[in-house]
Design a protein around this ligand. Sequence first.
Ligand code: ZN
Length: 162
Amino acid sequence: MPWSQQQAPQTADWVPPRQPACSCPEHVDDLTNLVVPVTDDGRLQTTYDAMTVEDLVDSGALSAKPTKADGRWLDTFDPQDGTFKQRIGPFHWALWIGDAARLCYDDDAAFSLDQALLASPGVQRVEWMDTEAFLIGAPTLCASGMMAAAARALADPRVRQR
Ligand SMILES: [Zn+2]
């Protein structure tokens, strides 16, 4: 049976869980004072201070929005001939880790930010779409728990180590 008949109906009516019906081990309100260090690899002349999770949230650098029902699957195409290759998903959250958090992780880290996200409890699937945009498959997390998972991933020292 193709995926469309088997899986799509189950995900189309997904509704983001709310506390306390979610499975999140913690929420972003629990982590406001968690310090997220920044890398210091000489890329910038200016010295930046470490940020707290509260700084990241207040500046809009960390947010999570539920995906729309028609945006939960990602089609990949063969770049050679443009034919459909694979459909991946479902993704429940559009996670934004903005420019202000850019120094909190290293693109060349041995344990990359998407790997750190994938290691978070409740996260089943991570697709790094763009520098700042991620799609996350995590049906049992609420928005606050999704942001907490991202904060924990950013606070993981391995995402800054090459
Ligand atoms: Zn939650």
